[in-house]
Ligand binder design. Structure first.
Ligand SMILES: *Cc1c(COP(=O)(O)O)cnc(C)c1O
Length: 251
C-alpha cells in the first residue's frame, strides 16, 4: 500500500494516539455488509440503490484508511478536521476525493479550500464568502453542500432552517462556489423517530429551496452508521459511514 503510515508521523499530524486499523482482509467484507444494507433500505423505499453513494469516514484513523477505500473502488472519503486531513492527504497518493464533513473555523478556510475537493459544512454567509475568496485566489470553483441543523439540535453546527434561503442565495451568488445540495447530522437520541424527522425535514427544506431558486440541489448528505437506513428512506443520496467500516474510534 502506498501510504503506509509510520506511527510516529501519524502522532505528529493527528496528535491523537495512533489507532489500530482493522485488517485489509476484513475491510471489503464490511463494505459488502454496509452495501447490502444500503441496497435493502433503498429497495424498501422504492429507490434505485445506485442513487445512494457510500462515503467512508476516515477521521481519527490513519491515512491508510483512505487507501483501503480506494482499493475497493470507493472514490471519496469524509474527514472532520482540516489539519488532520491535510496531513493524511499528503501521505496518501491514492486517487480519492477528500471531503470536509466537520465544522470549519474561519481561520482555516484557505487551508480547507486547498485540501478538500468538496466542503459539506458550509453553515453561514460569512463562511461562504471566505471560501469563495479563497477558491478564487486558488483559481478554482469549489463544490459545496450547505449544512442545515434540520434536527434543531443545540449541540450541532449547521445553519438554522430559517436561514437556509439566505445562505443558498449567498452561495449561488459566489462565483467560485458551486452549491450541490444539503447536509445534516441527526441529533443523538434514543428515539429513532428523531432521526427520521430530521432527515424528512432536510428533504423538505431541499425541495422548498429547489423550487424557490429553480435549482435542483440533488445531493442530500445524511445518514451515519447508526441511522443510515432511515436517511435512505427519506431520500439520502450520500451516507457517511465511519464505525461500521473501520470500527470504533476512541476519540
Ligand atoms: C464521524 C462522522 C460520521 C460517521 O459517523 P459513524 O457513526 O462513525 O458512521 C458521519 N458524519 C459526520 C459529520 C461525522 O462527523
Amino acid at each position: 500500500m502506498d501510504c503506509r503510515v509510520k506511527p510516529g508521523a501519524l502522532t505528529k499530524v493527528v496528535s491523537l494516539k495512533p489507532l489500530v486499523l482493522i485488517d485489509f482482509a476484513e475491510f471489503p467484507r464490511r463494505v459488502g455488509a454496509v452495501r447490502t444494507q444500503i441496497e435493502a433500505a433503498a429497495r424498501v423505499a422504492g429507490r434505485d440503490p445506485a442513487t445512494v453513494k457510500l462515503q467512508p469516514v476516515t477521521k481519527n484513523h490513519p491515512a491508510e484508511a483512505a487507501a483501503f477505500a480506494a482499493r475497493v473502488g470507493l472514490d471519496s472519503v469524509g474527514e472532520n478536521r482540516v489539519q488532520e486531513a491535510a496531513g493524511k492527504r499528503a501521505q496518501c497518493p491514492e486517487p480519492v476525493r477528500w471531503e470536509l464533513i466537520g465544522h470549519l473555523q474561519s481561520n482555516k478556510a484557505k487551508l480547507a479550500v486547498e485540501t478538500f475537493d468538496r466542503i459539506q459544512s458550509v453553515d453561514s454567509v460569512k463562511l461562504a464568502g471566505l471560501l469563495d475568496r479563497a477558491a478564487g485566489s486558488l483559481g478554482k470553483v469549489l463544490p459545496v453542500l450547505l449544512q442545515i441543523n434540520a434536527g434543531r439540535d443545540p449541540a450541532k453546527f449547521g445553519a438554522e432552517p430559517a436561514d437556509a434561503p439566505a445562505l443558498l442565495e449567498a452561495a449561488l451568488a459566489a462565483p467560485h462556489l458551486r452549491p450541490e445540495g444539503l447536509m445534516t447530522i441527526a441529533p443523538l437520541s434514543d428515539d429513532p423517530a428523531v432521526a427520521v424527522r430530521t432527515f424528512e425535514n432536510l428533504r423538505s427544506i431541499r425541495d422548498d429551496l429547489a423550487a424557490r431558486f429553480g435549482r435542483p440541489l440533488p445531493e442530500l448528505s445524511m445518514g451515519m452508521s447508526g441511522d443510515f437506513p432511515a436517511a435512505i428512506a427519506a431520500g439520502s443520496t450520500l451516507v457517511r459511514i465511519g464505525t461500521a467500516l473501520y470500527g470504533a474510534r476512541d476519540a
